[in-house]
Design a protein around this ligand. Structure first.
Ligand code: EPU
Length: 337
């Protein structure tokens, strides 16, 4: 187990702020984590569990304990001619798992290619892209209870999944640590190509529809729009796409006939925050050393040396102008620490 003091978090988040944590703990097995939880009562301390920090904005040094999972490994639990049930350690890099699934001919995860982060966080955050959410694949989430170190397995239906939401972010926030996730993938071809330009991009390349090809196209779409955090600090989408009453959307459509939307249910639709931010003229703009990405208005970037506070100031200005123009409050997807 790694147990480090006054440790730099530069390599453990993607926004590029040079901040430190008072203590950094990295465990490599469930047993190691259990022992740690039993020996330290985390409930009475300041602590935070991180994945690869691709959804975090640090506003300064962290005075508590940061935990990180080093639990690796992918194991096929059961398999038949139709599907495979696979258990993956929480510390595995999400996209490595997607690559492995594609290489093995397992369908279901390919639309989630290149999403940054780790397997444990995928189940907390319900990551999603191109018409798929990870909840569609999850069977069980294995955890340890923070207070006792006891193991608890959550069935998918107990996790209260919704758009970028789960029970682990709400009523059980800080109560359980994910150690492994069990996913179900299909061995029979099934593609989800309805979202945005996925189908058009596939047709453009004129190639055969295969799992590998879908992954390649998704990777290309993401790389074209989203900045590489190694080059420019960022945390992917900074805001969530707001879900609004259908009536409000219909009103807005009278003024903006081109307004994009996604269906949620009969009463509600989701409106892309990126479109509204873009309409407000923010794309490519900067306040201090924090900016709005010039190819995807939903992504805020560290233009070099930005502090967390500078990013927050920019985000608040964006929220204000979206609210003024569209009457819609948008909320960050990124966690401020
Ligand atoms: N748009 C603009 N201007 C822009 C960017 C987009 O007008 O600068 C419009 C697009 O034309 C499109 C709509 O906004 O009509 C949506 O854009 P896009 O398809 O790029 O997706 P998004 O809604 O901005 C969401 C996820 C992404 C995910 C993509 C693809 C959230 C918060 N974000 O973004 O997830 O990759 O869909 O499925 O739901 C992330 O969570 O970090 C993330 C990158």
């Amino acid at each position: 187990m790694k147990n480090l003091e006054n440790y730099s978090l530069l390599a453990h988040h993607t926004f590029g702020m040079d901040v430190k944590t008072a203590r950094f703990i990295e465990y490599v097995s469930e047993i190691e984590l259990k022992d740690f939880l039993c020996a330290h009562s985390l409930e009475n301390q300041l602590w935070l569990h991180i994945g690869s920090g691709s959804n975090l904005l640090f506003t300064g040094n962290y005075a508590g304990i940061i935990l990180h999972s080093g639990i690796k490994g992918t194991e096929v639990l059961t398999e038949n001619e139709k599907e495979v049930i696979v258990r993956v350690g929480a510390g595995e890099v999400w996209d490595d798992f997607v690559a492995l699934a594609v290489d093995n001919g397992w369908y279901g995860a390919e639309n989630l290619s290149l999403i940054p982060g780790e397997v444990g966080a995928s189940a907390v955050q319900n990551i999603g892209a191109y018409g798929v959410e990870v909840k569609d694949l999850i069977v069980q989430v294995e955890t340890l209870e923070v207070a006792t170190g006891r193991k608890r397995i959550f069935e998918r239906d107990e996790c209260q999944y919704a758009y970028r939401e789960s029970i682990f972010k709400k009523s059980l926030k800080g109560k359980y640590i994910v150690t492994a996730v069990v996913y179900r993938l299909s061995k029979l071809p099934m593609f989800r190509l309805e979202y945005g330009n996925v189908k058009a991009e596939l047709e453009k390349c004129g190639c055969e529809l295969t799992l590998k090809q879908v992954r390649k196209v998704i990777v290309a779409i993401r790389e074209a729009k989203l900045p590489d955090p190694k080059v420019q600090g960022n945390a992917g989408s900074f805001f969530m796409n707001p879900i609004v009453p259908r009536k409000q959307y219909e009103e807005l459509r009278k003024i903006y006939p081109e307004i994009p939307h996604y269906e949620v249910d009969t009463d509600r639709v989701k409106i892309p925050a990126a479109w509204m931010i873009d309409q407000c003229g923010w794309k490519g703009k900067k306040i201090g050393r924090a900016g709005v990405h010039d190819k995807q208005a939903l992504v805020l970037v560290n233009c070099g040396g930005a502090t967390g506070q500078e990013v927050i100031t920019l985000s608040e200005e964006i929220q204000k102008s979206v609210k003024e123009r569209f009457g819609i409050q948008i909320f960050p997807e990124v966690n401020f620490i």
